[in-house]
Design a protein around this ligand. Sequence first.
Ligand code: KG4
Ligand code: ZN
Length: 337
Amino acid sequence: MRILAVETSCDDSAVALLEEGRTVAEFIHTQQIHSIHGGVVPELASRNHMEVLPGLVRKALEVARWKLRDVDVFAATAGPGLVGSLLVGLSWTKAAAWGSGGRFLGINHLAAHIHTHYTGPDSVEFPATVLLVSGGHTILFSMTGWDRIRLLGSTRDDAVGEAFDKTAKIAGLGYPGGAILDEMASRGDPHNIALPSPLPDPSNPEFSFSGLKTAVRLLWERGADIYDLAASFRSTVVEILVSKLLYQARELGSKTVLAAGGVTANSLLRSRLTEECSGIGLKLLLPQKRYATDNAVMVGKAAEAVLQFNPDASSSLGCNAFARWSDSVLKTLCCNR
Ligand code: KG4
Ligand code: ZN
């Protein structure tokens, strides 16, 4: 089976070609136009996807030596995300499916992040606990199968990536700030500045990060050292994520822990999870850094999983773009309308 996967949910335009579980070609274009605005400007993002996407598809097809008519399944992210951005990738992919007679699937972006770890139906030992941390989401899920994903808790306000980005913006560090703040934190001492730990009880699967960001702003305005501040912020956030994830993993008798989303590129989160999981003999799956942030390979893998469990699955060409997608139960990995 040959899959062409497209991702345009935010500010990355990405295309991947997969064949029988193998990535044959992939191209990604990360938009730089937003950095001067300190955040993603939705209309600029949509327009940029419009310009860039056809060229990425053309290059991927050239590398793979495929024609559009060789593709069996056309998969695109349908949500959650920026609706204008999603519509560009969705419309392009639907048109390609329609024109070449292939099947179309509108994929759930959250499921796609989790499926970055999918390499076949038996690739993970269940039950598993999932930490999904990105610019738009901070969620704990329990998983008893690739198509059985249940919400445990999420953030009450800012997503953790958003908190990293906003904190970096307060200190004028540029956008997106997560990776910059991570790098600065490695040069500071987290013990020099005490920050409040929001909703610290490990047994509470909910998160809150907006108060932490405000605490950083007040300290920054009073002249605190930026490296120590970054270190303290990163360490406070990471300890909350790690303690809540491991509490749930223990409670649910999980055999595996899956981490996914852009914030899993964070160096302290990676080392702390590795340390804690190996300490208690829990299998940990961390994405390679390049597959932590948005990409199209994960969309292709989610499409593979959808078809593995339901060979007749398809989305209609009327499938819409969704700003939100009910994540209480990830029953619908793909758009079933
Ligand atoms: O998964 P992703 O590419 O997009 C969404 O679906 O939101 O995640 C992007 C987020 C941004 O907020 C970015 O600042 C954050 O991931 N991020 C990081 C790091 N690298 C990317 N946050 C903390 N430390 C990093 N090294
Ligand atoms: Zn994402």
